[in-house]
Design a protein around this ligand. Structure first.
Ligand SMILES: Cc1ncc(COP(=O)(O)O)c(C=O)c1O
Length: 359
């Protein structure tokens, strides 16, 4: 069975040697040596400061909202994984959607200003499929309104924008290290803060707000990364070069093969940013065509994913339905193709033929 991605499992012997050391030390969690080592190595690899590891990307978002005192309304995109919206609702915040640009698939910055009210405390854009948002325009809007920017950068591991890490923009950026992601720690995530004070507060918050043996100095929750997760991350980091090269080869093969196919569209890339080749989304002219292609691929045990479906203004717990024309249209017509290191060339050929000859 071929899925949209295949979890990369690093060298087993190396992982076992970390596990041996965890067993020897008996230290399984609570800011252990491997969590600290991974924080240092990731900060260096990504070129960022103030990076905090947590147990998953969803809680990373939620802790970021708390650390930055986000309240009431947050302007966000309807075209994302459900956690972008559900994390807000779970925290009692109201998502206010700005529709996407139909070509970049990211939040359309021109739709943001008219949505800002005295209740707006932040903008939560997503670098969809690792494609950088209109960062400069979003920052200018936030600055002129005195509101915060938190990037859901779950897909943007290792991406640079204008020569520096994409994670260094905004007040905070959040990564997911779920096992489907290009870099993973089984489950896991990270928050990268612009300001050291926000980082320090979040560091307290992820461990119940405990600041010493007998001291609780902030409201907190438990979302610490454990040593087994960190060990997986350390092993993964050693293999990132080949992981990205392997995905890039598949990405380029699809891209070349589809360059003359005229009834499908692709995400317009932000030319100021690099890519990590995590996803290969294809936009069909209509939903029927998507279903036809998907059925053809399914018949060969190939399972592309409808990322993202449904458009998030349609989730059942949002009672105030905001109509999002571009997001709902794209979401009904987009399919992410299987892409991972060592994806079998015959499978790539089958996918390419199914899509290229779809008239
Ligand atoms: C855009 C986006 N935001 C948030 C998340 C949530 O991350 P996690 O699964 O690590 O909780 C994901 C991923 O799964 C995602 O794709």
């Amino acid at each position: 069975m071929i899925n949209v991605t295949k979890t990369h499992l690093p060298d087993k012997e190396k992982y076992k040697s970390y596990v041996d050391r965890i067993f020897e030390s008996g230290w399984l969690t609570n800011n252990g040596q491997f969590v600290q080592e991974l924080e240092n190595r990731l900060s260096e690899y990504l070129g960022v400061k103030h990076l905090l590891l947590v147990s998953n990307g969803t809680l990373a978002l939620q802790v970021a909202y708390h650390a930055l005192s986000i309240q009431k309304e947050v302007i966000t995109t309807p075209f994302s994984f459900v956690a972008t919206t559900s994390s807000l609702v779970w925290e009692g915040l109201s998502p206010v959607f700005a529709d996407i640009h139909p070509k970049t698939l990211n939040i359309d910055p021109l739709k943001i200003p008219s949505l800002i009210t005295s209740n707006t405390s932040a903008i939560l854009p997503v670098h969809v499929f690792g494609n950088a948002c209109s960062i400069d325009i979003i920052q200018a809007i936030a600055d002129s309104s005195g509101i915060k920017v938190i990037y859901d950068a779950a897909h943007a591991f290792g991406v640079n924008y204008k020569g520096k890490s994409i994670l260094s923009y905004g007040d905070a950026s959040v990564l997911s290290f779920h096992s489907t992601k290009i870099f993973h720690t089984i489950e896991g995530g990270a928050i990268i803060f612009k300001n050291e004070e926000d980082y320090n507060l979040a560091k307290l918050m992820i461990n119940f707000g405990i600041s010493g043996y007998d001291t609780v100095s902030a409201l907190g929750i438990n979302c610490k990364m454990n040593e087994f997760q960190a060990a997986m991350g350390l092993c993964m980091l050693d293999e990132m070069g080949s992981i990205i090269e392997g995905r890039k080869a598949v990405w380029i093969r699809y891209n070349n093969a589809f360059s003359n196919v005229n009834n499908i569209l692709f995400q317009l890339q932000n030319l100021d940013s690099t890519q990590n080749y995590s996803y290969f989304p294809v936009i069909f002219p209509n939903e029927n065509k998507l279903i036809e292609i998907r059925n053809k691929l399914n018949s060969k045990d190939i399972f592309p994913r409808r990322y993202f479906y449904p458009s998030l203004e349609q989730v059942p717990y949002l009672l105030d339905r905001q109509e999002m024309l571009h997001s709902s249209s794209i979401s009904s017509r987009i399919l992410c193709l299987p892409i991972y290191n060592k994806l079998d060339p015959d499978t790539q050929d089958f996918i390419i033929n199914a899509i290229a000859n779809n008239n």
